[in-house]
Design a protein around this ligand. Sequence first.
Ligand code: AMP
Ligand code: MG
Length: 326
Amino acid sequence: MSIISKDILKAIALLNAEELVAIPTETVYGLAGNIYSEKAIKSIFETKQRPFFNPLIVHISSKEYLENIVDYIPEKAKLLADAFWPGPITLVLKKKTTIPDLITAGKDTVAVRIPNHPATLALLKQLDFPLAAPSANPFNRISPTKAEHVEAYFKDNIKMVLDGGACKSGIESTIIGFDNDEPIIYRLGSTAIEDIEAVVGKIKVKNSTAELGQSQKEVSPDAPGMLERHYAPRTKTILTDNIINVIKMHPNKRIGVILFKNQIKDPNVTSQIILSENGDLPEAASKLYDTLHQLDSQNLDVIIAEKFPDYGLGKSINDRLKRATK
Ligand code: AMP
Ligand code: MG
């Protein structure tokens, strides 16, 4: 029997019983549990096989609730929350002592956001506690953007995926931390830097992954768990700005290609997927993970992705593709 269901009351009952439920958000599906239940939180880490040093994002349903989670809110954090919540921006702020160490990997900060999905907002409003919800995929695998992706990963491990359709944004939230009240981007994501800068002015991006060589190295102690390899298909994946050349380098192979807007005509390509024929970066972002899921199930020898434009959500798409190639 399928674990996919639209029954919110069932989701509430399971979460109240300290069990996990996969929930839809506008970014990706999350594997959710009560932040105050040690049993639920341990089970999130076990189910995902996620290392404990990798902290979880706390999901709340209103800005007013934020004061139950954090001790201090810098002025620019307020501006960002007002501009983008509910939505794909996560703020890392000084935590209240009541937030369990398991959630924050022992740090004195906590990551928090209001997701923008009607089913999950309705669910959160009917619970007495916030939900910790990392992406509902095994550690290092491709994030799920459809209920079916979660079911394929976890049908034997969890009792329910709350069905909310395909995720509209399709890439994880943009994570923003603060240093002396000044915002810094810890992780690129579904909210474009340009949109953030329109609200708080010029903003720095913490150590881009491009600067790192060593596999599985963490990007920064301030953004724990940001591993260089992540979001990865099992098929070897290459990111390039010269796709024709890289195809030539793989004669007699089964090749899958990910393109921004233009088809390529090359008889050596087994499968090609265009992310947005109109050249719309948000549309391309929303289709990225589903495309990786599809190509990864086609027994290809290699997936070759073309580099996206280096602005707007193109930056976030390139970041995820880069991590998929490690
Ligand atoms: P996800 O697995 O998409 O829910 O993302 C969780 C990510 O949020 C982690 O891997 C961290 O990079 C980041 N994060 C969560 N909590 C913190 C924190 N207290 N400080 C810095 N980054 C955090
Ligand atoms: Mg994840």
